[in-house]
Design a protein around this ligand. Structure first.
Ligand code: HPA
Length: 234
C-alpha cells in the first residue's frame, strides 16, 4: 500500500495502462482483460489488474494533469515496480491534416512546465517515448488500418488556455496535438529507466472546433487500448 494506491505489492502488474479517467480504466479492464479485479479505489481513482492474452496488465487511472499523473506514476514505479507505462487518452489536434478520431503516438512531449521543473531548472530536457513501444504501436495501428500520426505533442498545464499565441507557435512548429500528461510520464520513465508511451485519440480540433460525440469516444478509446496492449507485448 502507498499513500494513494491501496493495492498489495503483488496486485500491480509490470505493464500499466494509464487512462486519465478512472471509469475508463474500469471499462477497459472489463472489455479487454480476463479475470480483471479492482486493486485500487483510494480517492475514487480506480485500478484493475487482469490478463490480456496470458500477460498480466494493470489499468489504472492517472487523473487529469501532470501533478496528478506524477503521484500515481511515482508510486507505480517506485513502490510497485511498474516497468512499462502507457498513457491512453485524448488530445486536441493542432494541425489541419490531423483529424478527429485519428490516433497520435507522441514521440516527444513539449511543455511550459512539469512537476520535474524543480530538478531541471534552466535545462530544457526533451522528454521522449520509448522506441520499442513506439515501433510496436505504429505496427499495431497500421495493422488495424487506424489513421496514425507520429510526432511531437504539447503537454499543457491548462485545458482552458489563455495563450492562443503559444498554440499558434506549437502549430507552426509541427506539434500534432495538445493534452496534459505525457511530458511528465516521459520524464519519470527516463529518471527510473522504464518504458513509456502516450497513445492519444484526437477528441477535438483546436483549428476547426470539431469535437467527438460521446458514443464515438468509446470506439476510439477501444482502438487505443488494443494498440497499447499490442505495443506493450510486441
Ligand atoms: N487541451 C488540453 N487537453 C486536451 C484537449 C485540449 O484541447 N483535448 C483533449 N485533451
Amino acid at each position: 500500500m502507498t499513500i494513494h494506491i491501496g493495492a498489495s505489492p503483488e496486485d500491480i502488474a509490470e505493464t500499466v495502462l494509464l487512462p486519465g479517467d478512472p471509469y475508463r480504466a474500469r471499462w477497459a479492464a472489463e472489455t479487454f482483460l480476463a479475470d480483471a479485479k479492482c486493486v485500487n479505489e483510494v480517492r475514487g481513482m480506480l485500478g484493475f489488474t487482469g490478463t490480456w492474452k496470458g500477460n498480466r496488465v494493470t489499468i489504472h487511472g492517472s487523473g487529469m494533469g501532470m501533478p496528478s499523473l506524477s503521484i500515481y506514476v511515482n508510486e507505480l514505479i517506485r513502490d510497485y515496480g511498474a516497468r512499462t507505462l502507457i498513457r491512453i487518452g485524448s488530445c486536441g489536434a493542432m494541425q489541419d491534416d490531423v483529424k478527429v478520431r485519428d490516433v497520435i503516438l507522441a514521440m516527444t512531449a513539449s511543455s511550459l512546465s512539469t512537476p520535474s521543473r524543480g530538478i531541471f531548472r534552466e535545462l530544457n530536457f526533451a522528454p521522449c517515448a520509448d522506441w520499442s513501444l513506439l515501433r510496436g504501436a505504429v505496427a499495431a495501428a497500421e495493422a488495424k488500418s487506424t489513421v496514425v500520426h507520429v510526432g511531437g505533442i504539447y503537454s499543457s498545464d491548462v485545458f482552458y488556455d489563455e495563450r492562443p499565441d503559444l498554440n499558434e507557435q506549437m502549430t507552426r512548429h509541427g506539434i500534432l496535438g495538445v493534452e496534459m500528461e505525457a511530458a511528465e510520464l516521459y520524464n519519470l520513465a527516463a529518471r527510473h529507466g522504464r518504458r513509456a508511451l502516450a497513445v492519444l485519440t484526437v477528441s477535438d480540433h483546436l483549428i476547426t472546433g470539431e469535437a467527438l460525440a460521446s458514443e464515438d469516444r468509446e470506439k476510439s478509446f477501444g482502438d487505443m487500448v488494443e494498440i497499447a496492449l499490442q505495443a506493450a507485448f510486441a
